[in-house]
Design a protein around this ligand. Structure first.
Ligand code: SAH
Length: 364
């Protein structure tokens, strides 16, 4: 039994069942026992792997994407290059290396990493020590100084705590976590209905809302409208709002019960891109996508990049590089090209960012 599980049970015994949102917040971000706060969760020996950890190409292409966006902004100096939830720092390290081919961009860079975990911030610091550009850390977007910014986030939105509502006898009720008779955590629903949620559904359906995601998209959109810049957000999720329980827990690359080991496994929810777009668009920012990760990476040159790396690394690494490319781009089972999606938010004065078509969402 984990300390966090004990603490959550004690809290429930004292205050009654807690919301899924509060549970997720504690499981991921509890200052001592939260999942991200105490460990390095990535890679083969960890619990899950992410695109930048699969291949250097991912971060390199995003670095070149950022350089091109910067140039379309009129090459402002300094430019804040912000990464949200940088994990091990791999994406930024690959991006900064690739950006060497645009020296004026590198010279203008002021890198800001938004990271809540002291353990991961220390790893990022170690990896990026010799990057040759100024780097500072922040806890939230609010702390980043004013000025034009290019913002990157891979698997950031999926880690924000969600609320869930269950349709019970024609009414929406918030999904809660309680302690069951067997002493384990179990799901429950609140006794009182939520009168403010519009729209119905069949009994038993689950509706997910990401309040922190909405707050973040508002803040991001407003900043880009006022101070200039663009953002690229990549995550797994769906393009249209729907029903269903997407809360999932991963441990050692396997799905586990999300209530069994809080703080010991990664807890995420699929991103509702339509909902996130609405919040960003409401600020007057242009919103692009989402497009499938595979299409996005192909549009920004993943195949040329693969070819160049194969040529440089030699035939013995060709298969490995091709496999990594397929995992990121392919749309089959076990591949990330369709499950993951990319979305951009930008100041309206800018052309569509590389990899995106003209805006799909216009403000009302
Ligand atoms: N982008 C990385 C890591 C993704 S995991 C990659 O692709 O490999 C999620 C990351 O977001 C972790 O670094 C985690 O510590 C951070 N994170 C989660 N919630 C956060 C929040 N509310 N504020 C800042 N960072 C957060």
């Amino acid at each position: 039994m984990t300390t966090l599980l004990d603490e959550i049970k004690a809290t429930i015994a004292l205050n009654g069942p807690m919301t899924v949102e509060r549970y997720m917040e504690l499981a991921l971000g509890h200052p001592d026992h939260g999942y991200y706060m105490s460990r390095d969760p990535f890679g083969a020996s960890g619990d899950f792997t992410t695109s930048p950890e699969i291949s250097q190409m991912f971060g390199e292409l995003i670095g070149l994407w950022a350089a091109e966006v910067w140039s379309s902004m009129g090459a402002p100096s300094p430019i804040h290059l912000v990464e949200l939830g940088p994990g091990r720092g791999t994406l930024m390290s690959d991006a900064l290396r690739a950006a060497r081919i645009v020296p004026e961009f590198r010279a203008a860079l002021d890198v800001r990493l938004v990271e809540m975990s002291p353990v991961l911030a220390a790893m990022q610091h170690e990896l990026l020590l010799d990057a040759g550009v100024p780097i500072a850390w922040a806890q939230s977007l609010k702390e980043i100084p004013e000025g034009p910014a290019i913002v990157i986030g891979n698997e950031f939105l999926d880690a924000l705590p969600i609320r869930q509502f269950v349709r019970v006898k024609g009414q929406w009720r918030e999904r809660l976590v309680r302690v069951g008779n067997d002493g384990r955590l179990a799901f429950d629903v609140a006794p009182e209905p939520q009168p403010y949620i519009r729209g119905g559904a069949a009994d038993g359906e689950i509706l997910e809302v990401n309040p922190a995601g909405h707050r973040f998209m508002f803040e991001l959109g407003a900043r880009l409208v006022k101070q200039g810049g663009a953002a690229l957000l990549i995550d797994y999720g769906h393009a249209a709002t729907g029903f269903g329980d997407t809360l999932q827990a991963l441990r050692a690359h396997r799905y586990v019960d999300p209530l069994a080991q809080p703080g010991e496994c990664d807890l995420t929810a699929h991103v509702d891109f339509a909902a996130m777009s609405r919040s960003a668009a409401a600020t007057g920012a242009a919103v692009y996508g989402p497009v499938d990760q595979g299409d996005f990476l192909r549009a920004i040159g993943v195949d040329l990049r693969t070819k160049a790396l194969v040529e440089r690394a030699g035939p013995e690494r060709a298969q490995e590089l091709q496999e990594a490319r397929n995992r990121l781009v392919g749309k089959g089972k076990g591949e990330m090209g369709a499950l993951f999606k990319a979305m951009a938010v930008a100041n309206r004065s800018l052309p569509p960012p590389p990899g995106f078509h003209p805006p799909s969402v216009r403000p009302a």
